[in-house]
Design a binder for this molecule. Structure first.
Ligand SMILES: *[C@@H]1O[C@H](CO)[C@@H](O)[C@H](O)[C@H]1NC(C)=O
Ligand SMILES: *[C@@H]1O[C@H](CO)[C@@H](O)[C@H](O)[C@H]1NC(C)=O
Length: 192
């Protein structure tokens, strides 16, 4: 039976491959396109390291609180429900005055009732060198008091089209009094 199938159908599949997939689908709105038709490119892995500054204090804060959770005994310990919008500088070195590479724009919120576990949703918007204007998008869970927090890189734009990967975040400095934080980000992305 298999032999008959192969001997009859295989030549047909080879001769008319386009007639078999997606029977009934209307192809007018959907086309497969060749990726880089002129250049054969391979996916590469890049590693970036920079420092993310969440500045709450002073006259130029980079964070604004947009949702304050209702006061409630059960949720007050972790701050569950709180949401902040950020436009945080990303610098080459831990010092805020070091070379600016881009900004982390987006928001984070406390999504855990047990600990300060953030849901981070942010774009790294790069503004230097060949990556100027390109972005990476991070969406993940950030339990801020853990030593290393890993979050997925779910996409990108510009030079980072089709990006996927992960970041590892570790706190470099955290000022308990002001809430200002400097976090080291190690970013590993596959892209073209
Ligand atoms: C929690 O609720 C109890 C009873 O409603 C109240 O007496 C207590 O002060 C509250 N604790 C906090 C930290 O708000
Ligand atoms: C980045 O791109 C913007 C807009 O195209 C341009 O104004 C700016 O000078 C560029 N910055 C660098 C450092 O290349």
């Amino acid at each position: 039976m298999t032999k008959i199938f192969l001997s009859l159908l295989l030549p047909l599949l080879i001769a008319f491959p386009q007639t078999f997939p997606a029977a009934g689908a209307n192809p007018t709105f959907l086309k497969s396109v060749k990726l880089n038709p002129l250049k054969l490119r391979t996916e590469k892995l890049s590693h970036f390291k920079f420092y993310w500054h969440d500045i709450i204090s002073g006259s130029n804060p980079t964070v604004v609180n947009i949702v304050r959770p209702p006061p409630n005994n059960k949720t007050s310990a972790s701050g569950f429900g709180m949401v902040n919008m950020i436009d945080d500088p990303l610098t080459e070195k831990p010092e805020i005055g070091s070379k600016l590479l881009g900004r982390a724009q987006g928001f984070y919120g406390v999504a855990s009732q047990e600990e300060v576990g953030l849901l981070m949703a942010m774009n790294f918007v790069f503004s230097t060198g060949k990556y100027n204007g390109s972005t990476l998008t991070v969406l993940g869970n950030n339990p801020v008091f853990h030593k290393v927090r890993e979050m997925p890189v779910i996409g990108g734009s510009g030079l980072f089209r089709f990006a996927r990967g992960y970041v590892q975040a570790s706190t470099h400095d955290f000022d308990l009094k002001t809430g200002d934080a400097c976090v080291e980000y190690n970013v590993y992305v596959l892209h073209y």
